[in-house]
Design a protein around this ligand. Structure first.
Ligand SMILES: Nc1ncnc2c1ncn2[C@@H]1O[C@H](COP(=O)(O)OP(=O)(O)OP(=O)(O)O)[C@@H](O)[C@H]1O
Length: 263
């Protein structure tokens, strides 16, 4: 594995009743932020589960943050990875206050089962404030909107100082404005010194901020293409990737929308 690699997959395949991932060769280097795209059922969630140590590859080698699966303590490794997804949103205790949900990131747990110092709680509160979530402090998780929950989960993931932050469709279920404000926060995060390497999974090119300079396209469990955004986000390549030709509409600031060409 390259010395500056944050993660690498070598000839990885995953089989469960059928071949779900095949021959995945992918390296994510320090300082790079990646987007992973693929249609429903392409294998994105499965690939993330392999990176997060929830599934084991059928064949091949996976190295994350310098640790090789099979030779490392997965629970310890998980503490170094932040994971944000709508799937984990529903796992948190509904009656907990937002700042305690954030605090649980310190321990990598879902609820607070550990003794903590007041300074830990202050750190959680400060982080929520820094991310623009001051109004969430002292609010129960159950009353938070989808967008507010995502913000709490981002703060929670960051409190653990992850070296790798996986954002699995974080804009799912957000209205237009909540989505933009979440993207603003993600953009800010990428400007922080020593920010974690970001891996962003999305169905929508509109969500690909300029901070994401690398894109991987997954199709039917195989890598269809990977490279810089200027290499990948082209009409000709995406028209082959999607089932039908598409056209690209520039939005602003390097962001683009993709529509079926015949619309
Ligand atoms: N544990 C499992 N056992 C059997 N098949 C599975 C399992 N997990 C996923 N699959 C299958 O693997 C394929 C890839 O699923 P996966 O959830 O990884 O796709 P995805 O790209 O994340 O899709 P989506 O965008 O819809 O979330 C699908 O055909 C799915 O039915």
């Amino acid at each position: 594995m390259a010395e500056d690699a944050v993660l690498s997959m070598e000839n990885v395949s995953f089989e469960r009743e059928k071949m779900i991932l095949q021959n995945i060769n992918w390296t994510l280097k320090k300082g790079e932020n990646w987007v992973l795209m693929g249609l429903n059922g392409a294998g994105k969630t499965t690939l993330l589960s392999l990176l997060y140590g929830d599934y084991w590859a059928t064949t091949g080698k996976i190295n994350v943050l310098g640790e090789t699966f099979g030779k490392t303590n997965v629970l310890e490794l998980k503490k170094r990875i932040g994971l944000i997804s709508t799937a984990i949103q529903s796992q948190f205790p509904e009656h907990h206050l937002a700042q305690y949900i954030v605090l649980s990131g310190k321990f990598g747990t879902i609820g607070i089962h550990n003794d903590f110092e007041q300074s830990d709680l202050n750190e959680a509160i400060n982080l929520l404030e820094k991310l623009g979530g001051s109004e969430l402090i002292n609010k129960q998780y159950r009353v938070l909107s989808q967008g507010q929950r995502q913000l709490v989960l981002i703060a929670r993931a960051l409190l653990g100082n992850p070296e790798l932050l996986i954002l699995d469709e974080p804009c799912n279920g957000l209205d237009l404005f909540a989505r933009e404000s979440l993207l603003v926060q993600i953009n800010k995060l990428a400007q922080l010194p020593n920010h974690p390497t970001l891996l962003f999974v999305s169905h929508y090119t509109e969500e690909i901020l300029p901070i994401f300079q690398h894109v991987m396209l997954l199709k039917n469990g195989k890598i269809f293409a990977q490279g810089t955004r200027s290499e990948i986000l082209t009409e000709s390549l995406l028209s082959k990737f999607y089932p039908k030709p598409i056209k690209i509409i520039p939005i602003s600031n390097q962001r683009i929308a993709v529509y079926p060409a015949n619309l």
